[in-house]
Design a protein around this ligand. Structure first.
Ligand code: PLP
Length: 449
């Protein structure tokens, strides 16, 4: 069978039997898509032989790219030695215990405990249970409400998508009635005549207003991504996070940082909370903790919450068969080992991210680009048809979708959210590879103009 025929056969199977996440199922069944079957360094290859620079690190997870044999070997060794044992009741497996310690070492000082899940979604579900139990144990059972932000993405389970603020998901399944939403700090879209800092204070003030409206004694927690990722790489104005922190402290509201994308170097420090100087009591992680090699997520539980849980007595009735799966934990241990021994996060922050952000700023001259925003190895270009009126390129984001498709066709994997092109290249990119990314993006923009 020729290579081409292999590809066609695989595509036929894919169209006939495979329901894809976040995909127009009818369109996919009719037209099919790309099948990726190989990856190396920062490149992915599909069954038609196309090579693409992966400007998205997979799905914001392969921060170290695709050629890390140390991680693969750690998983293989672990599968031979102990392929599975759970962490329920009073058992544990060695990689889970060692990973718990390693995470305590790399996360901010208030975190000394971790609860493992398989994904970011499950970790955010776990947050809800942890928060409710915490306030129950404190004798404040009426403190049950969560506040989140519009356009936030916190996962796909019913509970985590309720925490999220994506309209499409809320339309499909009604969200939990104890989750409320305020606006995201999207200055470009909503700032109007205000300066970014004025707008940051105003939109953070919505949290205080919402707490007052719902009742301080009823609101338990505020959850947010340090930088909203899937919502469009929304870089908050400088004034935003200090004000949010002040409000959470003033009203005894737990702050949950969802670091599923920001964690492990994306924003320039190990965690987005560090980049923005906030001190969450709970922190969600997943994705890059294993460099995307194995599924693993979890919640880092800060001392304030852990102290109450550990003194509470009675069962924490929550857990997953694969919480702390040994092979996933082995992958994470190897990933953390690479991150620590190579100082890649610090290297990218110092030498690559400023170059990446600087080169992207050149697009401010492009007729279609109304705003370039970014932090570390994380960025978005906001596209418009006309800069002064901010007229949209096309209805339903068709312009940005077209631009993304052109980029993909030209060998660059980037994504589109609304009218923005979004990027999160691997931290291991060098400057020449950033140049290639910029060149391919420029071609896609010119083809869209
Ligand atoms: N939280 C954030 C900020 C995310 O970006 C994602 C996934 O993209 C999730 C949670 C959900 O993680 P998972 O897809 O591993 O369930």
């Amino acid at each position: 069978m020729s290579h081409k025929k292999d590809s066609a056969a695989l595509q036929a199977l894919d169209r006939s039997h495979h329901l894809h996440p976040f995909t127009d199922l009818q369109n996919h069944a009719e037209q099919g898509g790309r099948i990726v079957n190989r990856a190396e360094h920062i490149y992915i290859y599909d069954t038609d032989g196309q090579r693409m620079l992966d400007g998205m690190s997979g799905l914001w997870c392969c921060n170290l790219g695709y050629s890390q044999p140390q991680i693969a070997e750690a998983v293989y060794r672990q599968l031979q030695e102990l392929p599975y044992y759970n962490n329920f009741f009073k058992c544990a497996n060695q990689p889970a215990v060692e990973l718990a310690r390693a995470l305590v070492e790399v996360t901010p000082a208030q975190f000394n405990h971790v609860f493992f899940t398989n994904s970011g979604s499950e970790a955010n579900d776990t947050n809800i249970r942890l928060v409710h139990r915490y306030f129950d144990l404190l004798g404040k059972p009426e403190k049950k409400l969560f506040i989140s932000r519009k356009n936030a993405y916190h996962g796909s389970t019913i509970a985590s998508s309720s925490l999220g603020g994506m309209d499409g998901m809320h339309k499909q399944t009604r969200g939990l009635d104890y989750v409320h939403h305020i606006n995201q700090p999207h200055w470009f879209a909503n700032g109007g005549e205000l300066s970014p800092d004025e707008y940051g204070l105003q939109v953070a003030g919505e949290l205080e207003a919402k707490i007052q409206q719902l009742g301080e004694d009823k609101v338990a927690a505020f959850i947010a991504e340090p930088v909203q990722g899937a919502g469009g790489v929304i870089i908050p104005p400088d004034s935003y996070w200090p004000e949010i922190q002040r409000i959470c402290d003033a009203y005894d509201i737990l702050l949950i940082a969802d670091e599923v994308i920001c964690g492990f170097g994306r924003t320039g420090k190990w965690f987005g909370s560090e980049t923005y100087g906030i001190k969450p009591q709970l922190m969600t992680f997943a994705k890059a903790v294993t460099n995307g090699y194995m599924p693993l997520g979890g919640v880092m539980v800060g001392d304030q919450v852990a102290k109450v849980l550990l003194a509470g007595g009675g069962e924490f009735t929550h857990g997953l068969t694969y919480s702390g799966h040994p092979a996933s934990c082995a992958a994470a241990l190897a990933t953390l080992d690479i991150l620590r021994s190579t100082n890649i996060i610090e290297h990218a922050a110092e030498h690559i991210a400023p170059y990446f952000q600087g080169r992207l700023r050149e697009f401010e001259q492009h007729p279609l680009v109304a705003q370039v925003r970014g932090q570390g190895m994380f960025a978005a270009l906001e596209l418009v048809a006309d800069k002064s009126s901010r007229k949209r390129l096309a209805p339903d984001s068709a312009g940005a979708i077209y631009c993304r498709d052109r980029a993909n066709k030209n060998g660059l994997m980037v994504r589109q959210t609304g009218d923005a092109m979004i990027m999160a290249p691997p931290l291991i990119c060098n400057r020449e590879e950033i140049d290639i990314l910029i060149e391919k993006l420029a071609i896609a923009l010119d083809e869209t103009a």
